[in-house]
Write a protein that binds this ligand. Sequence first.
Ligand code: HAM
Length: 435
Amino acid sequence: MSQKISGVKGMNDLLPGELGGDMAPVETWQFIERAAREVFSRFGYGEIRTPMVEDTALFVRSVGEETDIVGKEMYTFEDKGGRSLSLRPEGTAPAVRAYIEHSVLNQEPLTRWYYVGPMFRYERMKTGRYRQFFQIGAEALGSKEAAQDVELMDMVVQLLEQVGLKDVSLNLNSLGDDACRPAYHQKLVDYLKSHREQLCEDCQRRLETNPMRVLDCKNEKCQAIVKAAPNILEFLCEPCKAHFADVRRKLDVLGIRYVVNPQIVRGLDYYTRTTFEFIAAHPALGTASTVGGGGRYDKLLKALGGPDVPAVGFALGLDRLTLLLKEGGQKYSAPPDLFVAVADEGSADAAFALASKLRHEGLKVEFDTRGGSLKSQMKRADKTKARFTLVLGQAERESGKGQLKPMAGGEPIAVSLSEVAQAVRAAGQGTAGQG
Ligand code: HAM
């Protein structure tokens, strides 16, 4: 017997209906994606689709060599031409690369993009943390103003509202800039060094490579030390302080609730000033409770050889959002409007043609292509949860009339075979043909 081949660890199959196992059904994913496209387009954001693979140097120079993402988690390989390529671990660097490559600044001074797609990180897996995962992200390039930061946060808030997710809290911070961060950095390193022995092994290493990451370590012992660490917000220079105050004021103007959390340092090196995370403390996510994060990266474009353009963005973890909705138990797939069944062999082609015609007319129609007895077809009709069935046999073909049977019970409706779609629509609650 041939050996079975399994999928790659940490990379999930997304299946429709009830088949999905631990993952949410694909309809839940589609529901969120549809909502994101709708909400983001209301804000004037256009979609970009960049390749899944980029030059490795792009991520090394943007996300940062010392980050876990680049240092430990990238899927990097050499192609047949000897180039070092990486599966994208995130979407900001590719968006910026595309912006620079297509000289977008020359064409529009304010650019707003969004993207939906898979990202890859070789992470330690658990619920809500995978090696292929999906992000819905947005980037706004060309505005340094606080209004731009807040517009993005508003967009997330409106999306969460649209898909019905509550209890997600916005955590806000500022990381300062080149003028004020170095002094803070030094203070933090001094403090952490004086507690080096109490830090976890990872943080002892981080202390040398990326000390700010100690601030968001989940280890309890590290958290206790971090509690008394110097606070970045007390070190902000005047312009950064003013920007942060402006962000807070504009959040208030929109009535968006948030908490200031100086530990939101993020796992990528490109941030300056505003950083934020959306956190859902829900058991379905375990410790993978951050459903999205983002911030400003005013220096990144220049660092990648582009123009000096300020920018800000975020990305939401689609896997995590779907897990939250799955937990809510709601179904996002509409049942078929109609099941067309064949009563006798001689009616098979007519029934097949009728199903096709009704689909042309916009109905969602099930038809059992395996044929089989009427009984087995009706069993399948039950399983599909179709709203109506229509059995087509010789009598119906001869009279041109049939009966729409409501599957939930109730009186059958007599219909002319040429007006089935109208009858289904008239009998429905306005849902027919829209699912
Ligand atoms: P990030 O915080 O690395 O930011 O990722 C954003 C979100 O992606 C996380 O909050 C989480 O929900 C989800 N995520 C990350 N890793 C995984 C994983 N292994 N499994 C499942 N979900 C995951 C960024 O990627 C930045 N590019 C965001 C950004 C855009 N900043 C500015 N613009």
